[in-house]
Design a protein around this ligand. Structure first.
Ligand code: NAD
Ligand code: FES
Length: 281
């Protein structure tokens, strides 16, 4: 079970895997995720289900190797099996015909945008995509976004491809030029999602962000993914991961995301990647 059936590095240290998981492939909806544990020593972490093929019984996962667990996952090869794969978890995205939607992704935050964009299109919406990354080589899923959206703006922080600047600059320009925008979906680094929320707030544009707090069980039991939304405590794994951007307390989110930075750095220091898999204490 949970065998990796294909593996591709689609950008530097960013990987696309297809994994055998027939039950999840059959049931998953846009916006849902899985929680993985790569081996018996591994921590549990969430990844969005980008797509599924119920006939093949596979799901598509895209991740960047940015910490110990994702580095270990990145070392796995076709034919290897992921020990635990729980899902589909989280609430499916609320989809309706809003009208014109802007769907925007920052870096590998683009991965959750694609399935939601597809579901919005299937519901009859007109889509404008904004795809931002540090540099040309980090832009992912551009072709798939172009297949779904009426128009796509790409931007890079260093100006090596598309608009030179952040995704928020492109959104600001769309708003300022009077483009009709009925709904915005933004997924990416927390400062980006916060900036999008501040940009659309004065215009009252319905804006949804997909939050990425630390998750452990993914079923509402551990409290690890606690976030503050509209003055209420919510658990991103069961109440989200998507929330009204204008109600999210981004200060609390950022503080909690940084809680284990020291331990993560310590784990990196004591466990070189080449020795990590299956050899940790
Ligand atoms: P990154 O730091 O390279 O940023 C990607 C893009 O986001 C930039 O090119 C820019 O256009 C925009 N951006 C960044 N900071 C901004 C700011 N302050 N204001 C406006 N725009 C800004 O991104 P990365 O290193 O590829 O990391 C991707 C991020 O997406 C991670 O933080 C990850 O946790 C998050 N993510 C979230 C989910 C989710 O479901 N919520 C899923 C995958 C990834
Ligand atoms: Fe444990 Fe959400 S991950 S409560």
């Amino acid at each position: 079970m949970n065998e990796i059936v294909s593996r591709e590095e689609i950008a530097p240290r960013t990987f696309e895997y297809h994994v055998r998981a027939p039950e999840i492939a059959r049931r998953r909806k846009a916006g849902q995720f899985v929680v993985l544990r790569v081996d018996e020593h591994g921590e549990r972490f969430p990844l969005t289900i980008v797509s599924s093929d119920p006939d093949e019984g596979t799901i598509e996962l895209i991740f960047q190797a940015v910490g110990v667990s994702t580095e270990i996952l990145a070392e796995m090869q076709v034919g290897d099996e992921i020990l635990d794969l729980a899902g589909p978890l989280g609430k499916p995205t609320h989809i309706e015909n809003f009208g014109t939607c802007v769907v925007m992704g920052g870096g590998y935050g683009m991965a959750p945008v694609v399935p939601i964009a597809q579901a919005l299109k299937d519901a009859g919406n007109t889509l404008i995509g904004i795809n931002g990354a540090r540099s040309k080589e980090n832009v992912i899923l551009e072709d798939r976004l172009r297949e779904i959206c009426e128009r796509v703006e790409v931007c890079t922080d260093d100006g090596t491809y598309g608009h030179h600047g952040f995704v928020t600059e492109v959104l600001a320009e769309l708003i300022e030029t009077g483009e009709q925008i009925d709904f915005v979906l933004a997924v990416g680094p927390t400062p980006m999602m916060r900036a999008v929320a501040e940009l659309t707030r004065p215009y009252g544009i319905n804006t949804v962000v997909s939050l990425n707090p630390i998750m452990v069980d993914g079923t509402g039991m551990c409290g690890g993914c606690r976030v503050e939304v509209g003055g209420e405590t919510k658990f991103a794994c069961v109440d989200g991961p998507e929330f009204d951007a204008h109600l999210v307390d981004f200060d609390v989110l950022m503080k909690r995301q940084g809680m284990y930075k020291r331990q993560e750095a310590e784990c990196e220091r004591v466990t070189p990647v080449s020795q990590k898999r299956g050899k940790r204490p």
